[in-house]
Design a binder for this molecule. Structure first.
Ligand code: PHE
Length: 334
C-alpha cells in the first residue's frame, strides 16, 4: 500500500528518471515481479486482498509512466483533475442588440413603469381585427390610407398594417381597466426608400377606464417623450383616424434644446413620431366594451423613426440589411 502512495506522488520531467522508475516497478526484476512471485507464499485467506493491492499498484505504476511520458513528449503540464487552471480563457465574441430591439425595450420599460402591460398578436390578420372593428367598414375611403398587402381576398386575410389589431384582440378578451402596449412589425405596400420601407415597427398604446380624458392622453405622451428624449416638447396636430375622435398627430421637438450635438434633419426640429386620439365609441362597442361607462385613449408611434432619430441613422434600409459593420456599432448600448 505504501508503494501505491509513493507511485502516485512520484513526478519528474527527466527522461532517465522515468526509465528508472519504470524499471524499479515494472522491469523484469522489478518490485511487481517480486510481489507476483511472493503470491504463492501468501496465506490463502489473504490472497484476495494481496492480489487486489498488487494489481492496483501495477495499474498505478503503468499509468504514471504513461502520463509522465506524455508530459515529456508533448511538453504539456501534467493534467490535474480540474484541467489546466492557468490556461487563459478563450475570448467570447459578444453580439449587439439590434437598434429596433433597443428602442422597443426602452419604450416598453417606460410604459411598464406606469402600469402598462405588453400584448402581442399575429402579423397575418383578418379583415375584422385590422379594419372593420376599428370603424373602417368595407368601402370606407380611409382604407386607402394604408396600402395593404393582401394574402387572400373574400374573406380578406392580410399582413397587418398597424398593431391596432392587437388592441382589438385585447379589448375582446379583457374588460377595463385596460392599460396595454402592443409592439410589433407591420406591413405597408410602399415604395422602399431611405425614409420608408414596406415593413416597419410600431408600438401602440391603449388606456381604457372610467373618465379617461384627452388631458390624460397628453400627459402620458409628455411623460413618455421626456423619459425617451430627455428635455423635450410635444405638439399635437389635429388629424383624422377612423378609430379615434378627436385625433392628432404627435410631433416631438427634440435636439435643439437638449445639450447634445445631435443634428436635426429638418430646420424646425419638429419630428412626427405617430398618431393618437380618444378611442371612437363605435370601436368600444365593436369590442364588447360599453362606451356609456368607459372611455379611453390610444396612440401609435414608429419604432424605426425613433431609433433613427436617437441613433442618427440616415437610411431606414440599414435596419433590415443585417450588415455587421452597422450592427456592431450598437455593442455598447444596453
Ligand atoms: N394605427 C395608426 C397608424 O397606424 C396609429 C394610431 C394609433 C393612431 C392609435 C391613433 C390611435 O398609423
Amino acid at each position: 500500500k505504501e508503494h501505491i502512495a509513493e507511485v502516485e506522488k512520484f513526478t519528474t520531467k527527466a527522461k532517465e528518471d522515468i526509465e528508472n522508475f519504470r524499471i524499479k516497478y515494472l522491469g523484469k526484476k522489478g518490485l511487481l515481479k517480486e510481489f507476483f512471485a511472493e503470491f504463492k507464499n501468501v496465506p490463502n485467506e489473504q490472497k484476495k486482498e494481496f492480489g487486489q493491492i498488487v494489481n492496483q499498484l501495477q495499474k498505478a505504476a503503468q499509468e504514471k509512466v504513461n502520463a509522465l511520458k506524455e508530459v515529456l513528449e508533448n511538453n504539456v503540464e501534467e493534467k490535474s483533475v480540474y484541467g489546466d487552471l492557468t490556461r487563459p480563457a478563450e475570448p467570447i465574441e459578444i453580439g449587439a442588440r439590434h437598434p429596433i430591439s433597443l428602442v422597443k425595450n426602452q419604450i416598453t420599460d417606460i410604459f411598464s413603469r406606469i402600469g402598462f402591460n405588453v400584448s402581442e398578436g399575429p402579423e397575418i390578420e383578418d379583415d375584422w381585427h385590422n379594419f372593420t372593428a376599428l370603424n373602417l367598414p368595407e368601402y370606407h375611403p380611409a382604407r386607402d390610407m394604408q396600402d395593404t398587402f393582401f394574402i387572400q381576398t373574400n374573406p380578406d386575410i392580410l399582413l397587418r398594417t398597424h398593431t391596432s389589431s392587437v388592441q382589438v384582440r385585447y379589448m375582446e378578451n379583457n374588460q377595463p381597466p385596460i392599460r396595454t402596449i402592443s409592439p410589433g412589425r407591420v406591413y405597408r405596400n410602399e415604395v422602399i426608400s431611405a425614409r420608408s420601407h414596406c415593413f416597419f415597427h410600431q408600438i401602440e398604446g391603449l388606456y381604457i377606464d372610467k373618465d379617461v380624458s384627452f388631458a390624460d392622453l397628453k400627459q402620458t405622451l409628455q411623460h413618455f417623450t421626456k423619459e425617451m428624449f430627455g428635455k423635450s416638447k410635444i405638439r399635437l396636430r389635429p388629424s383624422y383616424f377612423p378609430f379615434t375622435e378627436p385625433s392628432a398627430e404627435i410631433d416631438v421637438y427634440w435636439g435643439l434644446e437638449t445639450e447634445t450635438d445631435h443634428k436635426i434633419t429638418k430646420g424646425t426640429g419638429w419630428l412626427e413620431i405617430g398618431g393618437c386620439g380618444m378611442v371612437d365609441p363605435n370601436v368600444l362597442t365593436n369590442c364588447g366594451i360599453d362606451p356609456e361607462e368607459y372611455s379611453g385613449f390610444a396612440f401609435g408611434v414608429g419604432i424605426d423613426r425613433i431609433a433613427m432619430l436617437l441613433h442618427q441613422i440616415g437610411d431606414i434600409r440599414l435596419l433590415s440589411e443585417n450588415d455587421v459593420r452597422f450592427l456592431a456599432q450598437f455593442k455598447s448600448a444596453l
